[in-house]
Write a protein that binds this ligand. Structure first.
Ligand SMILES: Cc1cc2nc3c(=O)[nH]c(=O)nc-3n(C[C@H](O)[C@H](O)[C@H](O)COP(=O)(O)OP(=O)(O)OC[C@H]3O[C@@H](n4cnc5c(N)ncnc54)[C@H](O)[C@@H]3O)c2cc1C
Length: 461
């Protein structure tokens, strides 16, 4: 082997096509070490939840196969980036490290690594791969970040069109300095093995993701105007593939091009605007790295969240609230690691409003159980539902789960699939009265407003 050794540090971009860091390393010439680092302790890193760990295991195994097919291999190491990567450099004589950017709090580690490597005379380069629009490039007229989706997305659409996706390299000169066996990371559940529903629903990896994208573009997209009906398969189910970067947003964007009749063009624009919500969530996270733990709107710091015992939260977590559409959603989540978007809104609203439980409790449960658990979208969406977030639904708009079910699951197909006992004696009684609990939530919010006004008045002296 000859030539300089490069390291490609894979993170949320577990693919070989449209991977600018990998392409740059291959074009540089010389051996390439493809590295995945299980780093659970660097500052700003949020350890993955159980469903995401399941996904990661399979995704890494697929990525290794894809690399092997073109002459490469995936090296697995465990540890903090700021010590593990310099150690790998010392061991292998690598003189360049390439990666695709991330946008949450962990980017501080990336910045520190970059300056350290550069100071040592090594090459360290980062690339745009996970977002169509870099968060800092989209600014309001006043030069600040956006807090409202519609003008944000309009500003994105006024930018030059996202670049074409890059092809996968034909061949790489792989170098595998040795590392952990994937099994040693124990990412899969053992006792009990709760992943049967995940296996039945998903094929992690780029090939599985591209099958979903093709199926969506060819058939499902035509029904996208019915995307709010949870009993129907009318959305792409691409979220975990996008989350782990097995499918790139550039591939999705360009797959959606081409002439279409007006109805189809409308579905496509709506779908791309949902991809826009993903971008917007990252825009928010970039500017508020503590989005998963801190109210975006400070007045929510005064909200008197209820502090019930675990038994109450467990009824919600495990789909035993006695409200059929809520229980259906929570059971779908537990079984498959995914929940339909409309039902995510209903179950989240029920937790934050009817039960008055802090949105962070729900965010953490979703973080643990969703295969698409995403540090930007999960936090931004929970805050959106709770009313504490950017461009959020006003607090007084409390979803009525029964009306939602009537409207979006009128024949009860979705509820019947997940809660077959609903409507029979075997079903649990509702844990709260929907009308009373709605009113209690509104009263609590009024109290917050009054407390805030009093504080503001006293601050003004
Ligand atoms: C309380 C709550 C928590 C959520 N947590 C997550 C999460 O952890 N990860 C996640 O990817 N999405 C999350 N969402 C957003 C949304 O529910 C999912 O992205 C969507 O259901 C995924 O299904 P799909 O791929 O079939 O979506 P499609 O309708 O086919 O949309 C295509 C893609 O656009 C993105 N997208 C769609 N809607 C949203 C949205 N509202 N916000 C951000 N991105 C969106 C996703 O990447 C999705 O794959 C959450 C929503 C709520 C209300």
């Amino acid at each position: 082997m000859a030539g300089p050794v490069s390291i490609v540090w894979f993170r949320d971009d577990l693919r070989i096509a449209d991977n600018p860091a990998l392409t740059a390393a291959v074009e540089r010439g010389g051996p390439v070490i493809a590295l995945y680092l299980l780093d659970e302790s660097s500052p700003g890193v949020r350890p993955l939840g159980a469903a995401s760990r399941w996904w990661l295991h399979h995704s890494l195994s697929r990525l290794h196969e894809e690399l092997a097919a073109i002459g490469g291999a995936l090296t697995l190491r465990r540890g903090e980036a700021l010590s593990s990567i310099p150690a790998l450099i010392a061991e292998t004589g690598a003189d360049a490290v390439y990666w695709n950017r991330r946008y949450g709090a962990a980017r501080e580690t990336d910045a520190a690594l970059k300056s350290r490597l550069t100071d040592d005379g090594l090459e360290a380069k980062s690339f745009q791969a996970s977002l169509l629009f870099e968060p800092w490039t989209i600014t309001t007229g006043a030069g600040g970040p956006y807090g409202v989706f519609t003008p944000y997305w309009k500003a994105c659409l006024n930018r030059p069109e996202p670049r074409e996706p890059l092809p996968a390299p034909d061949r790489i000169e792989g170098l595998a300095p040795g590392g952990d066996a994937l099994e040693r990371w124990s990412l899969l559940p053992t006792r009990p093995d709760w992943a049967a529903g995940l296996r039945e629903t998903w094929t992690p990896g780029a090939a599985g993701g591209h099958d979903r994208l093709e199926e969506f573009a060819e058939t499902v997209l035509a029904d996208y105007h019915r995307r709010d009906e949870p009993g129907l398969r009318a959305t792409s189910m691409l979220s975990p593939h996008l989350r782990f970067g097995e499918v790139s947003p550039f591939e999705v964007w360009h797959r959606m091009r081409g002439g279409l009749d007006a109805a189809a063009a409308k579905n496509r624009a709506k779908f791309l605007s949902e991809i826009g919500w993903r971008e917007f969530s990252y825009h928010l996270l970039f500017h508020r790295p503590d989005l998963a733990t801190r109210n975006y709107r400070g007045d929510f710091d005064y909200f008197p969240w209820a502090n019930p015992g675990d038994d109450v939260v467990d009824r919600w977590r495990h789909g035993r609230t006695g409200i059929p559409i809520v229980d259906a959603g929570m059971r779908q989540l537990w079984h498959s690691g995914w929940m339909h978007n409309r039902v995510r809104m209903i179950t989240a609203s029920f937790l934050c409003k009817n039960l008055q439980i802090d949105w962070r409790t729900g965010e953490e449960w979703f973080w643990d159980t969703l295969v698409d658990a995403d540090e930007a979208s999960n936090a931004a969406s929970w805050q959106w539902v709770a009313g504490s977030g950017a461009d959020a639904a006003p607090y007084f708009r409390v979803f009525n789960p029964e009306l939602q079910a009537k409207k979006f699951d009128p024949r009860g197909e979705y509820v019947h699939r997940w809660v077959p006992e609903a409507g029979t004696d075997a079903y649990v009684e509702p844990m709260v009265d929907l009308r009373e609990s709605r009113q209690a939530a509104l009263d609590a919010y009024e109290a917050v407003k009054a407390a805030k006004q009093a504080r503001d008045a006293s601050a003004r002296g």
